[in-house]
Design a protein around this ligand. Sequence first.
Ligand SMILES: *Cc1c(COP(=O)(O)O)cnc(C)c1O
Length: 429
Amino acid sequence: MAGAVRAVRDAVRRHSARFERSIPLIASENLLSPYAKELLVSDFHSRYAEGVPGDRYYEGNEQVDEVENLCLELARRLFGASFADVRPISGTVANLAVLKAFADPGDPVGTCRLADGAHISSAGFGAFGLRSVKPVYYAWDPARMTIDVEKTRAILKEARPKLCLFGLSLFLFPLPVKELAPVLEEVGAVGWYDAAHVLGLIAGGQFQDPLREGCQVISASTHKTLPGPQHGILLGEGLDAEREKRLRSAAFPGVTSNHHLHTMAALAVSLAEHLAFGAAYASATIDNARVLAQALHERGFDVLAPDLGFTRSHTLAVRVTAEGGGEQVSRRLSAAGIITNKNLLPGDTSSKHPGGVRLGTPEVTRVGMGPSEMVRIAELFDALLHKGRAPATVAEEVAELKRPFTTLKYCFAEGEAAYRFYDLVGREP
Ligand SMILES: *Cc1c(COP(=O)(O)O)cnc(C)c1O
């Protein structure tokens, strides 16, 4: 069986080396800082801590409590939230907690459609289905790539949802939370913002501020534009004691037992680093997305929302039907070392054949790339997808472009290798 261990180590090493030579443009991915990463292999990984700090079911949790209290305090400070819970172990789990706390089976819950950019959490085969809530779909304005406020007002007045979700996985522009807040209040709906993609932009003050605009609760992943560990978070403002209690008990024992203490500790570090570097990082990430969008547009790519400046987030969407469709284009890019994903775009009719690719700049920004590298990336897209250059030769140029960018920025141990494999054992089995 030592052979299996060698095979796993070898595959992970090859993966790391491959990503070191690649340009990862997945909008939902990021790199973990060295101070956060070291905690993932700490003894916290081996422990259980059910309950809340100071009121646990197991002994031995004193230092876990210290760290969790710090993590909660940092979260409340970073988001100006009166409520935080760092026990959900992922964004989807955080979403399930909100659904459990504020909706019962059969209740109407507002959301966007998948083709308009919503996450699978909103689908019948996802968290909404698991909780058996009835989706109430907002009207979408494809020209502005956001919710149509007037039409949605009427929909909400008619359907009177108990809970209204704002949040997307193809998230180009802020959503009209402020504009819809009065109708939420009128129908008595809890305003819920799924910030999985844009958590780091919100914390950096560069996107929108849902807790001040009319949402009472935020759920999120902590590893997308917030460059933390794979984990989840709940934040709240203006929730009464009863609702806070419902949310806490939905987090535990509702959707978690143990909450992955090593990633919780890493999250505390990432929140502290984001308090120090988040504004600069978020703004550089958005600038890079806009430059990349413009550069692709100038090279004949159909980047969505040109009249609106393409994006105000870390993400851009490119319709690639002329280049062969989302599936073929993302495969070809991957063969050249540019990692993206095929993505449904508004107007797509087949979920099996998405018309677009989604690109994001969180990771390339984190390793220090700027506007000139974004233009170079657009040139590589053009060479590969318009000029017929072979993926293998483009891959050489991708590796060349990436070579100086394998150290992390926007963290307290700047300069550490971003793609390092931590060999703690030091020998092969
Ligand atoms: C990524 C994402 C999630 C789920 O995140 P996980 O942490 O992978 O479970 C939830 N909602 C939205 C909008 C997302 O984009």
